[in-house]
Design a protein around this ligand. Structure first.
Ligand SMILES: C[S@@+](CC[C@H](N)C(=O)[O-])C[C@H]1O[C@@H](n2cnc3c(N)ncnc32)[C@H](O)[C@@H]1O
Length: 306
């Protein structure tokens, strides 16, 4: 076996011949399991639990979280039910919150719960860095996800390509307008200004920007691209690991098995601690065989040496 597989016991395992290691995801603590010698899951079932048995996280719906995010409130109770109904109808219709986003949300819940980490701790603000974000389909969803317990999320989203960043900015603004319009101006906007700052630049040049935090509770990279350019991506990973705040997380997603495996190996070699990695079972297949949307999602911590 040389790539990620799902075996009959219900656990995801993968084996990397190059480093003679096997990782079994979901050991008894819900953590990513790593060992020098391959375990046989059939003969050593103690290392395995069924991911389905771990629950699906906080249970708060994506809609409620988005509503709280865009209304700037900690609860939706104060909102007029007619407004909420109109917003929900708009949400259901919107191309911005389709199946890919709902699945990504569910996967984030799973891996974050299993990581055992609480990025941002008891603070009231989460600093979120979204690297190589492209047109940033997930911008609003990510802010709502991390703000679902009432925290304010400051998201910095970067990509090298200016055109993609322009699109990302327009997309986020359209989401805000959608919520406003559906509510007929009845939801209160946050007064802190835009919650997402979109930056067109090399991901590793972030340090040059004045008002931007040094460290991040969450660094997020959707569809990391190590396969395409290893040198650049090693630089991005080194940068990402160095920017993770205490108790923070790096979350990555990948399109295909091999690229995910290589990314985890590289992150580990750079001092990252792989806490959990999950195969997204409902990930949408793409036309290229073996490729699918957010096919794998992993949570990585800054290791002792990174
Ligand atoms: C596979 S795409 C993923 C885009 C987006 N996250 C998504 O899921 O659709 C990889 C992205 O990495 C960006 N990229 C490559 N090198 C970069 C760098 N040095 N700094 C910032 N972005 C970079 C590319 O412009 C591209 O948008």
């Amino acid at each position: 076996m040389s790539s990620l597989e799902h075996v009959s016991t219900g656990v995801n395992i993968f084996f990397s011949p190059s480093v003679d290691k096997i990782w079994a995801m979901n050991d008894i603590n819900g953590r990513f399991f790593d060992c020098a010698m391959p375990h046989d899951p059939d003969t050593d079932p103690s290392i395995i639990i069924d991911p389905a048995a771990t629950g699906s996280g906080t249970g708060e719906s994506m809609f409620d979280a988005l509503l709280m995010h865009f209304a700037g409130k900690e609860t939706t109770d104060e909102l007029d039910p007619r407004v909420v109904k109109a917003l929900r109808a708009e949400f259901e219709r919107s191309e911005f919150f389709g199946d890919d986003m709902r699945r990504l949300w569910a996967m984030c819940e799973r891996v974050v719960v299993q990581s055992g980490r609480v990025p941002g701790g008891t603070g009231s603000v989460i600093n979120l860095l979204n690297l190589a974000c492209g047109y940033c389909e997930e911008g609003a969803v990510l802010s709502a996800f991390w703000g679902r317990s009432g925290k304010r999320v400051r998201q910095f989203a970067m990509d090298l390509r200016h055109a993609e960043i322009d699109k990302a900015r327009r997309r986020y603004a359209a989401t805000e307008r959608m919520f406003e319009a559906a509510a007929g101006g009845k939801i209160r906007r946050r007064d802190e200004g835009l919650d997402v700052e979109f930056i067109a630049d090399d991901a590793t040049h972030l340090v040059g920007y004045g008002e931007i935090p040094e460290n991040y509770d969450v660094v997020f990279i959707r569809h990391q691209n190590l396969w395409h350019d290893r040198t650049t991506w090693q630089r991005i990973y080194e940068f990402a690991l160095a920017r993770i705040a205490d108790n923070g997380l790096l979350l990555i997603t990948s399109y295909f098995d091999r690229e995910h495996l290589l990314a985890l190996e590289l992150l580990k070699s750079l001092g990252g601690e792989i806490l959990v990695s999950e195969r997204n079972r409902s990930s949408r297949e793409l036309s290229y065989p073996g490729k699918s949307v957010d096919r794998h999602v992993a949570a990585i911590a800054r290791g002792q040496s990174s």
